[in-house]
Design a protein around this ligand. Structure first.
Ligand code: NAD
Length: 453
């Protein structure tokens, strides 16, 4: 399979297309690897992750340029993602030795205790938007708990993940504990989901693929984590710190060219401050420098694929006659998948911009009169991944925390997800949690022992 650079759509590499049989054989290898890996000291497993994180930091420049070349993001964002993945490795390395069960008080039957044990071979299927970070989110809790893992990379971004696997092996990870495989979703991905030996499947990607996988896997009752799409609302209240909110909206929408699950995808601003907010937001948006992520000074790269670009065109065309384009709105010339940062005021509530996940640099802005109205519009979505509210009033913030439907809510910021914080969605945005100690539990089962002396 060819790997393309989205800045010019030229080929930058080639990877193996895994067949069903190859997936099957790989799972067999990982089953064998599980025998030894599962009985290692957890701290010894953690040490390998510590070492890998150290190498990732030493080699951040090389990995970041590979990530930029295949994904499109500016080098600075690529470095940030690689370092974020290293931080996830550090976190799980540091908690590896804490995995434990419980001891119950002595009773008439004697003693009872529980122990946490790994599941076996686990599977992961990941998307192209944050390949380094999402790989770390999946492999770290799985591996420190003693599982082995097969990870299917996204077709567009396999090279960063292959580079990370190489680092893990150099850090001492046995070769039969992790397999990073490449290939299409329809063949390699489906074969991972279909393999009956998989103890837990963790999928990140679109709702449509998530649904397909859930249907394929449900009859077996295999454990499943689904991290799916989002249409995160950002609510800017009348008393918000205007400067912070404008900066937050710019990075919240245009980071990674808008291709982040928890990007700001619908913005609601209080009527009373809307004119000033929009004028400052427009100014900041127009200062973004779109270009090849590898070029000096670029602050937003291309979309990852030409189909993503066509989707932006379709979503903007869909609001013709209703929403007003404040800035952007027409694709940029050139060989790459370049679309400008675009703001659109007051689109129809039923438009694509307001109802679908817009995975790119286009943002609808809607005015609201009071908090009730803002929360109602924020919740009017099939998604429930992230949300943010910008206010200095603690009562308003708490009311939003109670009433908005989300997996993660930020107050006066948007999108930061530290490794220790549980993360996941509600409604169509998915099931299960990644990150933090919550993710460890998903890769462990609890066994009870009753001992009668
Ligand atoms: P996608 O669903 O098209 O693909 C995701 C992965 O699934 C890829 O590796 C793909 O090859 C594989 N796949 C495709 N068809 C398959 C099948 N039939 N069986 C098994 N695997 C299959 O998603 P994408 O376009 O790569 O990623 C973008 C989506 O991911 C967006 O919706 C975004 O919001 C979501 N996302 C969610 C999170 C989160 O944590 N909630 C994080 C990042 C991205």
């Amino acid at each position: 399979m060819d790997v393309l650079n989205p800045a010019d759509n030229r080929k930058i590499g080639e990877v193996q297309e895994f067949s069903e049989d190859m997936v099957h054989d790989t799972v067999g290898m990982l089953e064998k690897g599980f025998t030894e890996w599962s009985v290692q000291n957890p701290t010894a497993r953690g040490k390998i992750l510590f070492k890998a994180a150290e190498i990732m930091r030493q080699e951040v420049e090389g990995l970041a340029s590979v990530l930029t070349a295949e994904q499109g993001k500016p080098l600075q964002e690529a470095r940030y993602e690689i370092l974020g993945a290293a931080a996830v490795m550090d976190f799980y390395a540091s908690v590896a030795g804490t995995i434990s069960g419980q001891t119950l008080p002595k009773a008439d039957y004697g003693y009872a205790f529980t122990k946490k044990t790994p599941l076996g071979v686990c599977g992961a299927i990941i998307p192209w938007n944050m390949p380094a970070l999402i790989m770390a989110w999946k492999i770290c809790p799985a591996l420190v708990s003693g599982n082995t893992m097969i990870l299917k990379t996204a077709s567009a971004t396999p090279l960063t993940n292959i580079g990370m696997a190489d680092i893990l092996f150099r850090a001492g990870l046995p070769r039969d504990v992790l397999a990073v495989i490449t290939g299409s979703g329809a063949v390699a991905g489906a074969a991972v989901a279909a393999d009956e030996r998989i103890g837990h499947l963790s999928f990140t990607g679109s709702v449509e693929t998530g649904d397909r996988i859930a249907k394929a896997i449900n009859p077996r009752r295999t454990r499943l984590t689904l991290e799916l799409g989002g249409s995160d609302p950002m609510i800017v209240c009348e008393d918000a710190d205007m400067e912070r909110a404008v900066k937050g909206a710019i990075s919240g929408r245009f980071f990674n060219c808008g291709q982040t699950c928890t990007a700001v995808k619908r913005l609601f601003v209080a009527e009373t401050i809307a004119d000033e907010f929009v004028s400052r937001f427009k100014e900041g948006t127009e200062a973004i420098r779109v270009g090849d992520g590898a070029a000096e000074g670029t602050t937003m790269g291309p979309l990852n694929s030409s189909s993503g670009l066509r989707y932006m065109e379709e979503a903007v065309k869909d609001v013709e006659g209703s929403g007003n384009i404040i800035t952007g709105g027409t694709r940029l010339k050139g060989l790459g998948n370049f679309y400008p940062p675009t703001l659109i005021a007051d689109p129809e509530p039923k438009s694509m911009l307001m109802t679908e996940e817009i995975f790119g640099p286009v943002l609808p802005i809607v005015r609201f009169g009071n908090l009730n109205e803002a929360i109602r519009m924020a919740n009017d979505s099939r998604f429930g991944l992230g949300a943010s509210i910008w206010t200095k009033d603690i009562g308003t913030a708490c009311e939003a925390a109670d009433r908005i439907e989300y997996g993660i809510l930020w107050i006066n910021r948007h999108m930061r997800i530290p490794p220790e914080v549980p993360f996941g969605g509600s409604k169509d945005s998915g099931i299960g949690r990644e990150n933090g100690l919550a993710a460890l539990e998903q890769y462990l089962t609890e066994k009870t022992v009753i001992l009668t002396p």
